[in-house]
Design a protein around this ligand. Structure first.
Ligand code: DO4
Ligand code: MG
Length: 287
């Protein structure tokens, strides 16, 4: 089952439940996502189970939207996998900061996006026109409610400029935060349906000219930190009244010669969460 956001016939947005290929919750006010993230996890679960019991179903929607709205923010953790630590050390003139943060008690957490900057399923993601080295970062994303509880999981792409971050780590916000810098979807799988989030396979496939150009896979087993630890630091001095989505870091880093090109299609699959697919454009002017 997934909580989804989708486009309605009048170009509006609605949320619902996709369960065994059918849409539930369309005939009742299931609510906008931001309000669902105000609920406690047990209240949300009761609401979802009630809707499925009510049995009113519809055909699945034609177009899914990113599962985020309102004032819900996207944050990201960095250098949470050994592979990421190694890649940052190679690209940077200041490798020490990455070595230190990998083992430090305090994790690296950074602001990534607002809903307006997020691409949904099949929508284009942007690589910056002032960047020469760009990569997708396939990441498991925690969906966290206003009370700091992990209520679900989705797939995220923390699209990043390695040339800008590599030049100076203080450029991180420019390497990471811009229009269509992030993709999320296809929906939110409730946390209570995922038996072991530390044992999920993450697959990345990049198509160029209709052929597989790069592919690889990893597992959340490789993660250095616990999710609760990341959430605790994120909520230490921040409030998220409409919840927050937290990308948990990447372990799939293509070889240093690789850079994304316009026309590439990035596909990320995670066990139990589905597949997120996005074409690449260069510069916000090409959206
Ligand atoms: O330290 C920079 C960001 C690293 C990151 O985004 C990741 O490890 O996924
Ligand atoms: Mg990342």
């Amino acid at each position: 089952m997934q909580i989804i956001r989708y486009q309605t016939s009048n170009d509006g947005a609605a949320s619902g439940l996709l369960h065994h290929g059918q849409l539930f919750g369309h005939s009742q006010p299931f609510g906008v996502l931001r309000n669902l993230l105000r609920l406690r996890a047990n209240e949300l679960r009761e609401q979802i189970e009630g809707i499925v019991r009510s049995g009113s179903v519809n055909a699945p929607p034609a177009k899914l939207l990113a599962p985020i709205d309102g004032e819900t923010e996207v944050w990201a953790a960095g250098v949470t996998y050994k592979q990421s630590e190694q890649a940052r050390k190679e690209e940077s003139g200041t490798p020490d900061v990455y070595a230190k943060v990998y083992t430090a008690q305090r994790p690296e957490l950074f602001f990534k996006a607002t809903p307006r900057r997020v691409a949904g399923p099949d929508a284009p993601i942007v690589v910056r026109s002032d960047s020469s080295w760009d990569v997708p970062e396939p990441e498991l994303v925690l969906v966290i409610n206003a009370h700091g509880e992990i209520i679900g999981y989705t797939i995220g792409n923390d699209v990043s400029s390695r040339s800008i971050e590599g030049e100076n780590p203080l450029y991180l916000p420019q390497a990471k935060v811009y229009t269509a810098c992030c993709a999320l979807g296809p929906g939110i799988t409730p946390a209570w349906e995922v038996a072991d989030p530390y044992n999920l396979t993450i697959r990345l496939n990049i198509e160029r000219n209709n052929q597989v150009y790069w592919e690889g896979e990893t597992s959340t087993r490789e993660l250095k930190r616990r999710f609760e630890e990341l959430v605790t630091y994120l909520f230490l001095e921040n409030d998220f009244p409409e919840g927050v989505l937290l990308c948990t870091g990447t372990a799939l880093v293509p070889e240093n010669q690789f850079t994304l090109q316009p026309g590439d299609v990035v596909q990320i699959s995670i066990d139990q969460l589905g597949t997120l697919r996005n074409p690449v454009v260069r510069g916000k002017g090409n959206l």
